[in-house]
Design a protein around this ligand. Structure first.
Ligand SMILES: Cc1ncc(COP(=O)(O)O)c(C=O)c1O
Length: 395
């Protein structure tokens, strides 16, 4: 199987020193119409839904396309899922020239295949690539290639509600040199794995530990880009928090203890104003330290129509504000938001040894805002509701 990439590896060393001007030169663009498909000759069994573990089982095929600074994007291909062959000097392995996306394909109510707001993932992917001097590409062409991959591996997209095919577009530098500089060659690939619903039997609210020592992202940093190098350092604090019985780390920033994100999710709180009694749905602003989540943006937009009596805010707020609101009975709800889970209700936050409880109605694991957002987003993803965000993969 590994032989299909022989051509890739031969092509890699061509641009050992990437000419800087190549990044802006008019080179061949990514062109989905040139897609070449090599189907697998050894199709694998479809994993049964109850055995699905996130990111463990993969579909039969992958998409791959190489780029060189001299020529631009090469022929895109769909191939049997296989190992990559990389020169050990490839700069991805030394300087973390890697970024990725996370999106899903769904089987709709009429058995049609669907994506959710793929344009947002393509934009964020391009923003991440550009931050690493990796090549950018035309998002519509990559969406088309992803659509073809999903169609070819259609039997891996589970049909049950709550299930989906998780898609992982990834770009790495294959530049074969140890000098730190802009990549002269790169590989874009997309792999796919069938995934089950995060909540198999209803929501389950989680407890967080607010980190007082580790910081996920900082002003002037790259927290707003989906770079692999943002994720590896977050694992140790998460493992340590898990050892103390907490599900996720709440990432704070600065002496003020600004709230930023939770685990690998954006974060929403619902407060009631002390003065006006008005309810407010609030999330931190995109100040460069926050990943611009597709779910975050969707919730902000949907909440404006679904909760017209609530104030919808993107503003900075601190743990002190959360603590005061909880003490005064004005903290109504808190939840994380991201593609994997959509919403993840929060039941408590531990901060400097104190526990702040987030109220939940008796017998309920999510508040009304989290529940409504979950329903509205899944209705669009599975095509129960026709919406401009639901993108049908052409037949
Ligand atoms: C750090 C971080 N924040 C937020 C999100 C949520 O983004 P999205 O809603 O696009 O999945 C993710 C997941 O991709 C993430 O990794």
């Amino acid at each position: 199987m590994a032989t299909s990439f022989t051509r890739l590896t031969r092509a890699l060393p061509r641009s050992i020193h990437a000419p800087r001007k190549a990044l802006s030169r008019g080179l061949t663009g990514l062109d989905a119409s040139k897609l070449q498909v090599t189907p697998t000759t050894t199709p694998s069994d479809i994993p049964s839904p109850e055995t699905l573990v996130f990111g463990h089982q993969f579909s039969d095929h992958m998409a791959a396309v190489e780029w060189t600074a001299d020529e631009g994007w090469q022929t895109p291909r769909i191939l049997p899922y296989q190992n990559l062959s990389l020169d050990p000097a490839s700069s991805v392995l030394h300087y973390a020239f890697e970024c990725f996306e996370g999106m899903k394909a769904y089987v709709g109510t009429k058995k049609e295949l669907r994506l959710f707001r793929p344009d947002r993932n393509m934009k964020r992917f391009n923003d991440s690539c550009s931050r690493l001097c990796l090549p950018t590409f035309d998002g519509k062409n990559l969406t088309e290639i992803i659509g073809r991959l999903v169609k070819i591996d259609k039997r891996f997209v589970p049909e049950q509600r709550g299930y989906s095919l998780y898609l992982r577009p990834t770009m790495i530098s294959t530049q074969r040199t140890l000098g730190v500089g802009p990549p002269g060659s790169a590989l874009l690939f997309v792999i796919a794995c069938p995934v089950g619903p995060y909540y198999k039997s209803g929501f389950k609210a989680v407890s967080l530990e607010a980190s007082t020592s580790d910081v996920r992202a900082w002003p002037g940093g790259v927290g707003d880009r989906k770079l692999g190098s943002n994720y590896a350092p977050s694992v140790k604090p998460s493992v340590e928090a898990a050892g103390r019985g907490f599900s996720q780390v709440l990432w704070l920033f600065g002496e003020e203890a600004y709230i930023t994100e939770v685990g690998t999710m954006n974060l929403f709180f619902v407060f009631q104003s002390k003065e006006t009694k008005e309810k407010e749905i609030v999330t931190p602003p995109l100040d460069g330290t926050i990943l611009p989540g597709v779910t975050r943006d969707s919730i902000l937009q949907l909440a404006r129509t679904r909760f017209p009596d609530h104030k919808i805010s993107e503003r900075k707020f601190t743990m002190h504000e959360v603590k005061a609101a909880a003490e005064e009975g004005r903290l109504l709800e808190a939840f994380g938001a991201g593609t994997a889970v959509i919403v993840s209700p929060i039941k408590s936050i531990s901060w400097k040894g104190e526990t702040i409880d987030v109220p939940l109605q008796s017998g309920k694991e999510a508040g009304p805002v989290a529940e409504a957002m979950y329903r509205m987003i899944t209705d669009i993803q599975y095509g129960d509701v026709e919406h401009e965000w639901g993108w049908k993969i052409p037949e």
